[in-house]
Design a protein around this ligand. Structure first.
Ligand code: FAD
Length: 401
C-alpha cells in the first residue's frame, strides 16, 4: 500500500495502542483526541490486563516490560462480601501469577502516549462530523474549525462514537445499573477501615437486591469505589438530588443502603472529592455491520459492553494491535480491514453477550442475584492457556509484531 492517510479518532487505550503498533510497522498515523492533554481529566479506576488479550497487545507494542514494571500483580486479590460485611469468599494470587495484573487507566494512557512519535496525537481535537467522499475517503471536521481527509478512519472514540454512524445505526442502551464513582485518598492513614476491606485488590459487596459497593485499590494510596444501584437513568432527578451537592448525594445513599453494615456504609460517606455518576450502557450484542470502505471501529466504539468480566479495555487493546498488524500485512486497506473485522467480531460478540448477562445477574432484584464469586484461579489458568494458543496460532500464521 502506498502511504495511505490513516486517522484514528480517540486516544483511549485502543486508539493509542493502534497508533503505537502501526508506527512499529513504519506506518504513519494521526490520532485526534477531544481531551486537551494526556492527563486533562481523571482517567478513572484500575484495569486488569489479561494474559490472552491486553498483555498480548502490550507485547506487540514492545511495552510488556514497561507494563509489568508499573503493574500490580497483588491487585488481582478479590473478596466477596454480603451487606453485613461477612466475607463469602476470597482469592489471593499465588506468587508469580501475572495472568491479570492491575494498572491504573491514567498510567496506561500515559505509558502508551509516551511511546508514540512526537505530535502523533492532536490533543484538543474533537471530531464533530465524518463525511464520506468518493473512493472510500472521508472528511473529518473538528470543533476548532479545522478539517482533514483520510483514506482510512479508525473510530476508537468510545461509547458515544461519532464514527460509528458511518457503518451502523446501533446506539448504546442503558443497562438499568448506575455507578457512582468515589475516591478515597491516602487510605491507609486516613481511611484504614476502607483500606482493610479492599486490601491489595478488590472487594465486591452486594445485598442481592440490586445494590453493591465495589472497592478497588489504585496506585499511590488511592482506593476507588463504585457505589452501584439498579435504578432509572434519571434517578437523581427523580430523587431531587443535585449530583454536585455532596451532602445531598450522601443523604440519598445512606437511605438506599440503610440496612448495610457501618463499615460498608463508610464507602458512601467518607470519599474525598465529588461523586461521578457513571450510568452503564451497552451496544446491542453481538454487533456487526456491512463492511464499509475507508472506515472501521475498535474497542468500545465497536462493542461497548458491561464492565463485568473486565473485557472492555482488554479487547480494545487487542483489536487495536490486530488491526495495525492487518494493515501492515495488506495487501490493500480494504482487504486488511475486512480480515480484521471478521476476526474481531468472532472474538468479541459472545464475550459482550456474557458480560451484559453477568451484570444483569449480579444486579438482579428478584432475590436471584448471583452473589457467588467466579473461580479466579480457574479464570487465570484459562487466560494463560488461551494466551499460549493465541501465540501458537499467530506463529503458524507467520508471526507478527
Ligand atoms: C465503571 C467501569 C469500569 C470498567 N472496568 C473495566 C475493567 O476492569 N477492565 C476492562 O478491561 N475494562 C473495563 N471497563 C471498560 C473500559 O473502560 C473500556 O472498554 C475501555 O476504556 C475502552 O477503550 P477505548 O479505547 O475503546 O475507548 P475509551 O477508553 O472510551 O476512549 C475513547 C477516547 O475517545 C475520545 N473521544 C470521544 N469522542 C471523541 C470525539 N468526538 N473526537 C475526538 N475524541 C473523542 C475520548 O475522549 C477518549 O479518550 C470499565 C468501564 C466502566 C464504565
Amino acid at each position: 500500500m502506498s502511504q495511505p492517510r490513516i486517522a484514528v479518532v480517540g486516544a483511549g487505550p485502543g486508539g493509542l495502542m493502534c497508533a503505537r503498533v502501526l508506527q512499529r510497522h513504519g506506518i504513519e498515523v494521526v490520532v485526534h483526541e477531544a481531551d486537551a492533554a494526556v492527563d486533562a481529566r481523571d482517567a478513572g479506576g484500575t484495569l486488569d490486563l489479561h494474559a490472552d488479550s491486553g498483555q498480548i497487545a502490550m507485547e506487540d507494542a514492545g511495552l510488556a516490560e514497561a507494563f509489568h514494571a508499573v503493574a500490580r500483580p497483588e491487585g488481582q486479590a478479590k473478596a466477596r462480601l454480603d451487606q453485613h460485611g461477612t466475607i463469602l469468599s476470597s482469592f489471593v494470587p499465588e506468587d508469580g501469577d501475572t495472568a491479570a495484573p492491575e494498572i491504573d487507566r491514567g498510567a496506561l494512557r500515559a505509558l502508551l502516549a509516551a511511546h508514540l512519535a512526537p505530535d502523533t496525537v492532536r490533543w484538543g481535537h474533537r471530531l464533530t462530523a465524518a463525511t464520506p467522499l468518493a473512493g472510500g475517503r472521508h472528511r473529518l471536521d473538528f470543533t476548532d474549525g479545522t478539517y482533514e481527509e483520510a483514506d482510512l478512519v479508525i473510530g476508537a472514540d468510545g461509547a458515544w462514537s461519532r464514527v460509528r454512524p458511518l457503518v451502523s445505526d446501533a446506539a448504546p442502551h442503558y443497562s438499568g445499573v448506575s455507578f457512582l464513582d468515589a475516591r478515597y485518598e491516602d487510605v491507609d492513614r486516613r481511611h484504614p477501615g476502607i483500606a482493610r476491606l479492599v486490601g491489595d485488590g478488590h472487594a465486591f459487596a452486594t445485598d442481592g437486591q440490586g445494590r453493591a459497593v465495589i472497592g478497588q485499590r489504585n496506585a499511590d494510596g488511592v482506593v476507588r469505589a463504585y457505589l452501584a444501584l439498579r435504578t432509572d437513568l434519571d434517578w437523581h432527578a427523580r430523587a431531587g438530588v443535585d449530583l454536585h451537592d455532596t451532602a445531598a448525594v450522601r443523604c440519598f445513599l445512606l437511605a438506599e443502603f440503610a440496612d448495610w453494615a457501618p463499615e460498608l456504609r463508610a464507602f458512601l460517606t467518607d470519599n474525598d472529592g465529588d461523586y461521578v455518576n457513571r450510568p452503564l450502557h451497552a451496544l446491542p450484542a453481538p454487533l456487526t455491520w456491512p463492511h464499509t470502505p475507508g472506515v472501521t471501529l475498535l474497542g468500545d466504539a465497536a462493542h461497548l459492553m458491561a464492565p463485568f468480566g473486565g473485557f472492555g479495555a482488554n479487547l480494545a487493546l487487542l483489536d487495536a494491535a490486530e488491526l495495525a498488524h492487518a494493515l501492515a500485512e495488506g495487501p490493500t486497506l480494504d482487504a486488511a480491514v475486512t480480515r480484521y473485522e471478521k476476526a474481531m467480531w468472532a472474538r468479541t460478540g459472545e464475550l459482550a453477550v456474557q458480560a451484559n448477562q453477568a451484570l444483569a445477574r449480579f444486579f438482579a432484584v428478584d432475590g436471584r442475584s448471583d452473589q457467588g464469586a467466579p473461580d479466579h484461579g480457574a479464570e487465570h489458568r484459562r487466560y494463560r492457556r488461551a494466551a499460549a494458543e493465541y501465540r501458537a496460532q499467530a506463529g503458524q500464521a507467520g508471526g507478527r509484531g
